[in-house]
Design a protein around this ligand. Structure first.
Ligand code: C2O
Length: 536
């Protein structure tokens, strides 16, 4: 592969959306940020220079970072943040991956505006396993906040309550022609009749899972999270924060304008946010004044539509791209994920209590020294290795909730031997509000081998696991009131964050980390840190 050099200058920039302007944190003045292009096997060097008042880190979401955890990016997990005026070069090689991923800030709530696409092309001369599209278009879905997102989260932490929702969803940075500010227009996707296009769709929103649809056009899904899937046709995509989906469309109409729409999917009955972002698919030769063919995304609580999409996903599992599902299990883990309530005498608005989130009733406490540094340099007192392999009391979804509400706090990691295999069942507790939790694992792809509603029952459910062609990805929705089972091989030494990709849940503590030991063979150890690694 070749070396690709990028310069990411983190700067404030005024942007106008919803008919009003405000300064936002950007990379190189752009929102969404620049697309990072590379080929499989390339080495990528991104020099990030921080010109804003906040501490910054950037995460290359879904890039495996084999032995290069120092370039992964989550603040206080793999690195100390880049302080104002400082810079750091993220240096990583893309191995065994091609497809669409995203980069985003991994500190505070800065990823609200600090995000962009990663496009990894196959090695030179290697075709896609589907017909080559005429053109490829990046479609970044996001959110727009009229207020400062750091103020939104600080207010939520202080009160102990849920934060305000965003003021608009966005498609490539724009709320679109049907927003409260239609004069600002929106993103236009130009097409020529008779041609095929590939959309590289990314959900970069902070807190919303989204439906995505185009009027009058079917979508053929060919890839998710930079892994090829068995192609299937659908009218509607569901995509969680952190997930990516490649879809082919045929411009099979002769002319006209067609609405592109994205709106929230939320099976939580208490949260209401139905704002739709829109854009326009525009056939060349069609006058701008022509009216647009409309479409409606499913209602917010259309769980069946979401499940239909999710259950259609299968690994391509071809000769060239086999699904390497671990068939034996060294670590059999069950983690509950969910929200709880803890006492908080200073939380006035929350009536003396505050919302917390946890895995196995452990609310993760961010350290002040990066875990990866503590691990590599043997600094004691930063973390403990006693993250539980199972919940403290047997979880029963239908039983009485109290024992599941209280959490303990700690910076606990779960330790894995190099190359051991892991089966992890993620069980949603749905105590306060049943909600889908998109769980993201850093450093690995995993296979989603099983899924169900209610309590996971090992005796029955394990028999039904798909160990042949389960979808492979890096972010998976734990269904509301149900569970998913994933499998992966711990072949990447280092410290790897795992958390809910709804940013508010991460803030509340729905996160933990795996520590993977070095192997004994050559090329099986974590590389030493680069000399410019930021200091805390
Ligand atoms: Cu996309 Cu830890 O994040």
């Amino acid at each position: 592969g070749r070396v690709r050099n990028y310069k990411f200058n983190v700067v404030m920039k005024n942007k106008t959306r919803l008919c009003s302007s405000k300064p936002i944190v950007t990379v190189n003045g752009r929102f969404p940020g620049p697309t990072l292009y590379a080929r499989e096997d390339d080495t990528v060097l991104v020099k990030v220079t921080n010109h804003v008042k906040y501490n910054v880190t950037i995460h290359w979401h879904g890039v495996r970072q084999l032995r290069t955890g120092w370039a992964d990016g989550p603040a206080y997990i793999t690195q100390c943040p880049i302080q104002p005026g400082q810079s750091y070069v993220y240096n990583f090689t893309i191995t065994g991956q091609r497809g669409t991923l995203l980069w985003h800030a991994h500190i505070l709530w800065l990823r609200a505006t600090l995000h962009g696409a990663i496009v990894i092309l196959p090695k030179r001369g290697v075709p896609y396993p589907f017909p080559k599209p005429h053109k490829e278009v990046v479609v970044v879905l996001g959110e727009w906040w009229k207020s400062d997102t750091e103020a939104v989260i600080n207010q939520a932490i202080k009160s102990g309550l849920a934060p305000n929702v965003s003021d608009a969803h966005t498609i490539n940075g724009h709320p679109g022609p049907l927003s409260s500010c239609p004069s600002q227009g929106g993103f236009t996707l130009p097409v020529e009749s008779g041609k095929k296009y590939m959309l590289r769709i990314i959900n970069a929103a902070l807190n919303e899972e989204l439906f995505f649809k185009i009027a009058g056009h079917q979508l053929t899904i060919v890839e998710v999270d930079a892994t090829y899937v068995k192609p299937f046709k659908t009218n509607t995509i569901v995509i969680a924060p952190g997930q990516t989906t490649n879809a082919l469309i045929s411009a099979d109409q002769s002319s006209g304008k067609y609405l592109v729409a994205a709106s929230p999917f939320m099976d939580s009955p208490i949260a209401v946010d139905n704002k739709t972002a829109t854009a326009t698919l525009h056939y060349s030769g069609t006058l701008a004044a022509t009216s647009t063919t409309l479409t409606k995304t499913p209602p917010q609580n259309a769980t069946a539509v979401a499940n239909n999409f999710i259950n259609s996903l299968r690994s391509l599992n071809s000769k060239r791209y086999p699904a390497k599902v671990p068939l034996t299990v060294d670590h059999n883990l069950l983690f509950t994920v969910g929200l709880g309530v803890n006492p908080c005498p200073s939380c006035k608005a929350g009536n003396g209590s505050r919302v917390v989130a946890s895995m196995n009733n452990v609310t993760f406490v961010m350290p002040t020294t990066a875990l990866l540094q503590a691990h590599f340099f043997n600094i004691s007192g930063v973390f403990t290795t006693d993250f539980p392999s199972n919940p403290p009391t047997t979880f029963n979804y239908t039983g009485s909730p109290p024992s599941n509400l209280q959490t303990t706090s700690g910076t606990k990691v779960y330790r894995l031997r190099y190359n051991s295999t892991v089966q992890l069942v993620l069980q949603d507790t749905g105590i306060i509000a049943p909600e889908n939790h998109p769980i993201h694992l850093h450093g690995f792809n995993f296979f989603a081998v099983g899924k169900g509603l209610g309590n996971y029952n090992p005796k029955v459910d394990q028999k039904n696991f798909n160990l042949v062609d389960p979808v492979e990805r890096n972010t998976i929705g734990v269904p509301s009131g149900g569970w998913v089972a994933i499998r992966f091989r711990a072949d990447n030494p280092g410290v790897w964050f795992m958390h809910c990709h709804l940013e508010i849940h991460t803030t509340w503590g729905l996160k933990m980390a795996f520590l993977v030991d070095n192997g004994k063979g050559p090329n099986q150890s974590l590389l030493p840190p680069p000399s410019d690694l930021p200091k805390c």
